[in-house]
Design a protein around this ligand. Sequence first.
Ligand SMILES: *[C@@H]1O[C@H](CO)[C@@H](O)[C@H](O)[C@H]1NC(C)=O
Ligand SMILES: *[C@@H]1O[C@H](CO)[C@@H](O)[C@H](O)[C@H]1NC(C)=O
Ligand SMILES: *[C@@H]1O[C@H](CO)[C@@H](O)[C@H](O)[C@H]1NC(C)=O
Length: 331
Amino acid sequence: MAITATTLLLLGVVQFAHSSPIYSSEEEFEFKSWMAQHNRLYDLEEYYHRLQVFTENKKRIDRHNAGSHKFTMGLNQFSDMTFAEFRKTFLLTVPQNCSATKGGHVSRNGPYPDYMDWREKGNYVTPVKNQGHCGSCWTFSTTGCLESVTAIATGKLMLLSEQQLVDCAQAFNNHGCFGGLPSQAFEYIKYSNGLATEDDYPYTARDGTCQFHPDLAAAFVKDVVNITMYDEMGMVDAVARLNPVSLAYQVTPDFMHYKEGVYSSTMCHNTTDRVNHAVLAVGYGEENGTPYWIVKNSWGTAWGNKGYFFIERGKNMCGLAACSSYPLPLV
Ligand SMILES: *[C@@H]1O[C@H](CO)[C@@H](O)[C@H](O)[C@H]1NC(C)=O
Ligand SMILES: *[C@@H]1O[C@H](CO)[C@@H](O)[C@H](O)[C@H]1NC(C)=O
Ligand SMILES: *[C@@H]1O[C@H](CO)[C@@H](O)[C@H](O)[C@H]1NC(C)=O
C-alpha cells in the first residue's frame, strides 16, 4: 500500500490522541517542569496542543542559541503560546498614530557619556511591573517615564497608576487594553490634571469605567515633548542629559523568547506604522562594539534579563526611534 500524506496525517492524529509517541520523554519532562514552574494546568486535549507549541518554541530557542547571535533566547511564561496568540494578547494590533514629523525636543551637541543607566544614578526607576493579559504596554511606558521624570525633579519616587490610563484616556486616541501611545497618554495626564498613584487606582488588567477624580492626582505633566521621528541621536541626547524616554518598536516572533544580550533582528520593520509595543529606555551602553539601549519592559521580572532587555542602538532597530517622547513634570 502506498502511504500517502493523508494516511500519515491520520496515523499522526490517532497516535497523538493515544499516548503521544511523537514526543520524546525528555520533551514531555521539560514541558512538565515548565508547567510546574509556571503553575499551568490543562485538560488532556489542551495538554497535547500546548506540548506541541512548547516543543516548537523550545526547538526554536535551542536552534537560535546554537547559532552565533548577540543575544540568547530562553523559556519564559510565553513558551506555551504561538506568536499569533501572544500578539493578540500582549501587543498593539492596529497601527497607532505615531509620527512626530517635527518633535519639540532640542538636542545639544554632546559630548555624551559612553554609558548611562538611570537605575544607577539614584532612586529614579521603579521596579519592573507586569501588564498581564491586556494590551496596555503603553500605560506602563507612560507611568515608567512619568515616575522617573518626577523622581528626578523632586527626589521622590512613587508608583503611578496604569489603570487610570486604561480606563480614562480614551479622548486622546487611547483604547485601554486595545492599545494607545505614551505621547497621547502624557497629553491626557496634562489635560486631565494629573495621574493617581498605583495604590489609589490599582491595576486590574481589564477595561473599566473611569474612577479618577482630581483629589487623587499625585503626579502632573506640564508639557509633552516628542522626539522627531527617527532621530535616535535625539533620544541619546534626552537620556544622557535629562531622563528616561518612552519608545515604541515592533515585536516579532524572535523577541518573544529573548533572554539576555543585545537584541538585534532582521525580521522586524522600522517604520512608524509597524510599531506594536511601548517600553521605557532607562539608559544605553556599548558591548563588544555594539551600541545598545537598556530598556524596561512590562512583562514581569521573570521575563528577559530581570524584566529588562538590551536592543541594538543607532540603526532605528525595529522602528525604536519612530515615536519616542517624554513629559515635562509639573512639580
Ligand atoms: C506628539 O505626538 C503625538 C502623536 O504621537 C501628537 O498627537 C501630539 O500632538 C504631539 N505633541 C506635541 C506637543 O507635539
Ligand atoms: C488616529 O487618529 C485618527 C484621527 O484623530 C483617529 O480617528 C484614529 O482612531 C486614530 N487611530 C488610533 C489607532 O488611535
Ligand atoms: C529602514 O530600513 C531600511 C533597510 O535597512 C533602510 O534603508 C531605511 O533607511 C530604514 N528606515 C528608517 C526610517 O530607519
